[in-house]
Design a protein around this ligand. Sequence first.
Ligand code: PGA
Length: 242
Amino acid sequence: MKIIIADNYEEMSIKAANIVAEQIKLKPSSSLGLATGGTPVGMYQSLIKMYENGEISFKDITTYNLDEYIGLPENHEQSYRYFMDNNLFNHIDIDKSKTNVPNGNINEGQADAEAKRYDKLISNAEIDLQVLGIGGNGHIGFNEPCDIFNKNVFAVKLTENTIKANSRFFNDISEVPKMAITMGIKSIMMAKKIILLASGKEKSEIIKATIQGNITPKVPASVLQLHRNVTFVLDKEAASLL
Ligand code: PGA
């Protein structure tokens, strides 16, 4: 397990972007696993700058996102498809047909079928580098704390903690979807390389539990202790309890 500690959010974002850029330079046809949330936005901005400067190209890259809300159309401002288009894909030379996000424009009854479809896609994907954020409750993707590690892509009921955390992006908490489709722990652990980004004091306790605590599905990210090539890219505040 490698731990990189940056002075602040900006530096964390640049360090993470450098790791992704190295992967792209090393293998221009890489498959990247991507994450949404507030944390990776700065990293995506750095990658866009590198693309604009001619340092990297995404033209042969394929991407697979971790998760998507169920019940939001693609053009909903809070859908993860919209987030990815807006924060990255619309600003680089990627072939949009090679960008994969679970389809969230479905009702809850269609969720298992969509999870199955996405799982097949992920199983054949061989992800070279997976980018992760972490929830305050230790979730990666939408693998919420529970009694067993979920394996494959599945439809998940979001915990109140997550619904509350994500309500900051919606007009009202009642608008936050209650379910999502997410890569499972096995899908994530299959990636050849993983980087997890975390910033801010509010992530310090869960970062300590993830890196130095027991491996338990109650702290889903703790399973990363078992991965052979994982790098935590933290700012000082997130790393302050290590
Ligand atoms: P955040 O979300 O980056 O907005 O803190 C992280 C997550 O829930 O995975």
